[in-house]
Design a protein around this ligand. Sequence first.
Ligand code: NDP
Ligand code: MG
Length: 401
Amino acid sequence: MQTITILGATGSIGSSTLDVISRHPERYKLYAVSGFSNLPRLADIVIKHEPEYAVVHTEKDAIAIKTLIQERSSRFSEKSVFPKILCGQQGLIDIAKESAVDTVMSAIVGAAGLMPTMAAVKAGKKVLLANKESLVMSGELFMKAVEEHGATLIPIDSEHNAIFQCLPYEYQYGKTQESGISHILLTASGGPFRCMMPDELENVTPDQACAHPNWDMGRKISVDSASMMNKGLEFIEAKWLFGVNEQDIKVVIHPQSTIHSMVQYRDGSVLAQLGNPDMRTPIAHALAFPQRIESGVDALDFFALADFSFEKPEKDRFPNLFLAMEASALGQAATTALNAANEIAVDAFLTGKLKFTDIYKINAQVVERAHNVTLARLEDILAHDEACRAYAKESIAEINA
Ligand code: NDP
Ligand code: MG
């Protein structure tokens, strides 16, 4: 029996994880969950899955969630079945490192996921990593901590999970020179704006940006997919996860999202992982690794596939992707800056305070301003992240002045 903490249980990845684990009650026991703004959803999760701990943002939320749970289920008026409610970042860290936990699903969106994920790593857990922002912010320190503390890191991001599956077992974490790999081929759907001209993008709305053709995801990652910043973040994520250099990773647009990524070898072989676009596949793979379990995802029907095509990404249409590749080569300060700026810019876009095309401008300005800093410790990274968020807000104010 594996005991599991889900950081970000109320989100899209959190929901898919709950779906997979509820299919295998003999293998998985939910130990702890966290939510943030969606307390009704968190209350429903507690009632259905009966974890021992639930984490909310504030003390006020802790009172609110107890009331919600009691209102929705008479069983929970009894104290004996009530979970312990914790609050804030310390609560997240506690459920990530708790000794009773075997596996931590890291599915909080954005920089808020870094410290709890790091806590799970430092406690030597099996860490299922959806929160790519942790690696973009702190790749080198993060991977060092994985090694030092004996954590098992398994990627959830569908592309990285695919690459992980296509790599030989003993080379899943680096040593690519010895493994005979020529390239990692990171596939991208191209998002909802793939066929639009650059000048048409200026007035797109948040709802248009979030209407992804293949994947159903949270709003922040959906906007990142539309701008292809998501692929940029994944480029940086792949570099750290698999211990490769920038020139070892190529991005290929594959609009159908059937191939989830590939590894090309020196002998000419290309290994690909295919499947329907449903995050329950990588989640089930990571949960059961190295075994395989049923995930609830339909088998791929090759005769129903209408098309299977590939395109090269263009810089004028997807400047954020190329900015991320440049930031990756510049180093940790640049990628931390990029992530911070992008979170602020995407939030401004989603709340109607910034045009879609200005996300790139904000990101580029902050990377230019803040890439030349040495970040030796986690505290330096957090301080740099904070400073870059302030720079991004200044840039947004200037654009809107
Ligand atoms: P969602 O927005 O659907 O969910 C985010 C989760 O994080 C929710 O549980 C949310 O709580 C919680 N959360 C938000 N802000 C905070 C905060 N400040 N502190 C603590 N918790 C917070 O996102 P997704 O599930 O789509 O994505 C989660 C992560 O997985 C992201 O890093 C994303 O890049 C990555 N990912 C997602 C994929 C997908 O298919 N969805 C695919 C690959 C990677 P609440 O809802 O209660 O506010
Ligand atoms: Mg992905």
